[in-house]
Write a protein that binds this ligand. Structure first.
Ligand code: AMP
Ligand code: ZN
Length: 112
């Protein structure tokens, strides 16, 4: 398995765990873009949001809930952003579905 995030989930690549449960794992982004920058990933390998078919609907909802739960635990009561870069135009660089949780500063909109 050559997937970086699968290796992180399996502990073959070190990471700083933020949250974990049966379905997902969350860890600190290695190149943080904000004071809080956490990646939330499914334990199961799914290459992108586009590759998540109807059978993944509940899992997708669970990951979004987990991101909101992490935001609450991190004290991001002033707001935050969830980003799911998808495919080449979306700027996805790791082909394992992940949610970015960004917070702790005012985030610009629109993104570049
Ligand atoms: P994306 O561009 O949406 O595919 O984002 C991939 C993210 O994964 C980037 O923000 C990277 O900094 C992050 N990343 C890549 N490798 C690692 C790693 N080994 N540990 C933590 N974050 C990583
Ligand atoms: Zn993977």
């Amino acid at each position: 398995m050559s997937c970086t995030f699968c290796k992180i989930i399996q502990g073959q690549i070190p990471s700083t765990a933020v949250y974990q449960d049966e379905f997902g794992y969350a860890f600190a982004d290695i190149h943080p873009m904000a004071p809080v920058h956490v990646l939330v990933v499914p334990r199961e390998h799914i290459s992108s949001l586009d590759a998540a078919d109807e059978s993944k609907r509940a899992l997708l909802g669970h990951l979004l809930w987990a991101a909101a739960e992490i935001a609450r635990k991190k004290g991001l009561g002033n707001g935050y952003r969830i980003v799911v870069n998808t495919g080449e135009d979306g700027g996805q660089t790791v082909d394992h579905l992940h949610l970015h949780l960004l917070g702790g500063r005012l985030l610009n909109w629109p993104p570049g």
